[in-house]
Ligand binder design. Structure first.
Ligand SMILES: Nc1nc2c(ncn2[C@@H]2O[C@H](COP(=O)(O)OP(=O)(O)OP(=O)(O)O)[C@@H](O)[C@H]2O)c(=O)[nH]1
Length: 311
């Protein structure tokens, strides 16, 4: 599922139908004759305006961030998980410290919670007015309908993410499979090059898996593969990219300044495996410009092979 902390405003893949949401919010503001309408996302970083109605009277453009401690209307909607209609905020002392009231001069707010399919809060859809308002109840129902449209998009988004995750991960270990590795690792090598990060590639091949299968059964073999995946996860950093390429072959694309760092990583995996009476052969290369990812993989595989047959 799409991670609830992932900000949709920063969606670079164009999966979030922001244009459609923009039209929805513009129509909503027009129907309410309200000077500002929004879709706002909540994450632990705070509240971010994802869509702002396209009007000069609207002081908050899309992208604006509001700290999670600020006493804004949307915060109450997210915290309580229910609709909030404030007819005339200056009459309610709890909004004295709300900058939307105290600084921008808003008086009226109507907002509904928007949730991810999991039920976790996504944020809100809301309209605000500089005048006190008295909306008819069917207007309030209308915001509910628009909220449902946005929630339906979030559902599609989550399903899409789930399907791509399935196509990119290995069932047995939960690591990336070859397709996932090639996709993520090629993005990562481009980013690393841009930011001057140096990367290394480790190629790992479990020793004697056939023997384990033959002597202890296939499920013991599966367990040995999972142990290697766990060992890999326990030593890599958050941004490193681990994968099971096939059968007993694994790779890690990892941040590494030099060969020593890469060797240390490999030694730590070997030592965790040893604690489990298992063994793995590892070959490592530092990546620099001039070769494709596929070529680096072949080179690391060759080093692993040399290592396996020298010991
Ligand atoms: N249990 C289990 N075995 C697998 C899986 N995928 C591949 N294998 C087995 O892994 C074995 C790999 O054999 P080899 O390539 O000879 O590897 P090895 O026995 O580890 O020998 P070396 O790599 O030379 O150390 C084969 O017997 C495959 O059937 C899997 O998902 N689960």
């Amino acid at each position: 599922m799409l991670h609830p902390d992932q900000r949709v405003f920063e969606d670079k893949d164009g999966l979030v139908p922001l244009d459609k949401w923009q039209k929805t919010v513009d129509v909503m503001a027009r129907i309410f004759q309200a000077p500002a309408g929004f879709v706002v996302q909540y994450t632990p970083l705070g509240y971010q305006v994802v869509i702002a109605s396209n009007q000069e009277s609207n002081p908050y453009p899309a992208g604006v961030e509001i700290s999670p401690d600020t006493n804004i209307f949307c915060k109450k909607v997210v915290q309580q998980g229910e609709a909030l209609y404030v007819h005339n905020a200056p009459e309610e002392p709890e909004w004295d410290t709300n900058p939307e009231v105290a600084e921008d001069g808003f008086r009226s707010y109507l907002g509904l919670p928007v949730n991810w399919p999991s039920g976790e809060p996504f944020g809100t859809i809301c309209v605000m007015d500089y005048e006190a308002t008295d909306y008819r109840s069917d207007y309030v129902d209308l915001v509910g309908e628009l909220r449902d449209l946005i929630e339906a998009d979030l559902e599609i988004l989550s399903q899409f993410q789930e399907i791509s995750n399935l196509a990119m991960t290995d069932d047995l270990t939960g690591l990336y499979n070859r397709r996932g590795f090639m996709t993520v690792a090629s993005h990562y090598t481009v980013l690393a090059k841009r930011s001057g990060l140096s990367l290394g590639l480790l190629y790992l091949d479990m020793d004697g898996l056939k023997e384990i299968n033959d002597q202890q059964g296939h499920s013991a073999g599966d367990q040995a593969l999972r142990t290697l995946a766990t060992a890999i996860r326990s030593v890599i950093r958050e941004n490193d990219v681990p994968a099971r390429l096939s059968g007993d072959e694994f790779v890690i694309l990892a941040v590494a300044r030099d060969k020593i760092e890469l060797d240390t990583l490999s030694e730590r995996i070997r030592s965790v495996m040893k604690e489990n009476s298992l063994s793995v052969s590892v070959g490592g290369v530092l990546i620099d410009a001039g070769r494709t990812l596929e070529e680096w993989l072949q080179l690391a595989d060759k080093k692993m092979y040399e290592h396996k047959h020298s010991s």
